[in-house]
Design a protein around this ligand. Sequence first.
Ligand SMILES: [Zn+2]
Length: 161
Amino acid sequence: MFSHTNLSDVPEKAKGSYILILHVKEDLKVRIGRLGLQYISKGYYAYVGSAQGKPPQNLKGRLRRHVSKEKKAKWHIDYLTLRKGVTPVKAIIVFAENIEHDLSKILEKTGQKPTIKGFGATDCKAGCHSHLYKIHSIDDATRKILSSLRRRNLSFVVVNL
Ligand SMILES: [Zn+2]
């Protein structure tokens, strides 16, 4: 049992962690800050993040930032979302604090493929190789992720972007 919603309906107060699903429409060569020039093959990706602060560091503000092309690259993910061929498709937001790395482990356990070492994970103490995963099938990945969240009794919402 879960619900779908739109970004405008996400409450301002909502904080938590999230899995952002991105569509990379063409093969890309992109410089990702200090990680340097990286090759990103086209397909779907899942990125794990958290937004625990006051606006714009709340979930709504963070997701708006991911969708926007009007920003200066600050985080690794920005270098990707700034590209024309990259579109955020949806986000699974989870209303729990500090579970970013658990979400990363869920992605790993459901068979998603970790990508660039250290991506979004430079301060990760949980030993994640990366917080960016390539997913083979968006439907299959979503189903597995949601059932894993349900088994853990985590409260979540799927946001269409
Ligand atoms: Zn991590």
